[in-house]
Design a protein around this ligand. Structure first.
Ligand SMILES: Cc1ncc(COP(=O)(O)O)c(C=O)c1O
Length: 372
């Protein structure tokens, strides 16, 4: 069987230095995972659940055999914590975004989304019947202009903490624009859940905007140290999703073992105050070292970010890989983010900070960057 068409495309990736391959954890200092609070690394969920056993099989989709008391109880726990009328669990954040955005807009409706939105948001929009336009990243003027030409029902989508840049959306102003234009705001809180807010409730709730948001997406595979996601919304949208969201309907539900982990994480992360404080110290340290002047006379700048995601732009796949290798040789595991994951020229080191990282380790990274 000829498979040249596959090889041709892979060769293109090779030539652009953009070939992706799977890597195992190196055992070096973790500056790349999304386990911001160390819940997974420290086995906190396993410890809390020790001695309990849960089934690994949900045996069907939620609408058939896969609904069970623990999953409904966990949805109530999640909804209560996030002060939301309801929560609906999806198998992942990717599934939640795809499932929501593909079904929410009908022909003649409009979706406006931040240009830097995660692939799962853009993929969901691609499956939608509505017309979609991006607005410039965090640009309120551009959003305002695009809102003027909306048609039908209009949905505005953003992330509260951007996954690649680590900056936050001006959600209060965005919501005001949405309200004045009769549009509905949807916010992906994947990287804010567990991190932003006194109890890790996320940016929207911290800013007390949640009652006016159409939907929030919280994910459990990052700071919460387990897996899955939920859409927080009114009861009506929850019922709509159960009826129309294909990534909810046509998939086997998460098994009890995964749902017990989610429920346990909600018993753990809200009280991780010391861990969130340590993150703040690390973030401040990086904010004091925003520009790197290297020994070879180059200057690199961090993307402005007040979150655990710190991006140092090092243009060019080859160059950013070389800098990551330099850090790896010093036992610091920082992963390069390559084109086409980010636009050409925006390749970067994505330094993810964790409560278990130390200021000394962070200092080692900054010193090493100055050596290049
Ligand atoms: C902003 C954002 N939304 C959604 C997702 C997908 O979440 P999950 O990993 O649970 O599928 C990610 C994952 O990286 C993300 O960064």
């Amino acid at each position: 069987m000829h498979q040249d068409f596959l090889d041709r495309k892979l060769q293109e990736r090779f030539q652009k230095n953009a070939y992706r391959h799977l890597q195992l954890a190196t055992g070096k200092k973790d500056f790349f995972s999304n386990d911001y609070l160390g819940i997974a690394k420290n086995g906190l969920i396993e410890k809390a659940l020790a001695g309990n056993s849960f089934s690994h099989g949900s045996t069907g989709s939620r609408l058939l055999a896969g609904n069970y008391p623990l999953i409904e109880e966990t949805e109530r726990v999640i909804a209560k914590f996030h002060d939301s009328p309801s929560a609906l669990i999806f198998n992942s954040g990717y599934d939640a975004n795809i499932g929501l955005l593909s079904c929410i807009a009908e022909r003649g409706d409009t979706i406006l989304y931040d240009k830097l939105s995660h692939a799962s948001i853009r993929d969901g929009i691609r499956l939608s019947q509505g017309q979609a336009f991006s607005f410039a990243h965090n640009d309120l003027e551009d959003l305002k202009n695009k809102l003027r030409s909306k048609k039908g029902q209009c949905f505005v989508v953003t992330e509260s903490v951007f996954s690649m840049d680590g900056d936050m959306a001006p959600v209060r102003e965005m919501l005001a624009l949405c309200e004045s234009a009769d549009a509905r705001l949807i916010v992906d809180e994947a990287h804010a859940t567990g991190i932003v807010g006194n109890h890790g409730e996320g940016l929207i709730q911290y800013e007390a905007l949640h009652h006016n948001c159409f939907a929030r997406i919280v994910t459990f595979g990052k700071a919460l140290g387990c897996h899955g996601a939920a859409i927080l919304s009114g009861e009506l949208l929850r019922n709509y999703l159960i009826n129309f969201s294909r990534s909810f309907i046509f998939t086997t539900a998460l098994p009890p073992v995964a749902v017990a982990a989610i429920k346990t994480s909600y018993e753990i992360f809200p009280a991780m105050f010391a861990e969130r404080e340590q993150l703040k110290e690390l973030i401040n340290f990086f904010r004091q070292n925003q520009t790197i002047h290297t020994a070879s006379g180059k200057t690199f700048a961090f993307k402005p970010s007040g979150t655990p995601i710190q991006g140092l732009v090092v243009p060019g796949n080859e160059k950013v890989k070389a800098v990551a290798n330099h850090l790896a040789a010093l036992e610091m595991d920082v992963r390069p983010i390559l084109y086409p994951t980010v636009p050409e020229g925006e390749e970067r080191l994505r330094i993810a900070l964790h409560s278990f990282n130390t200021i000394e380790e962070a200092g080692k990274i900054i010193s090493a960057l100055k050596e290049i």
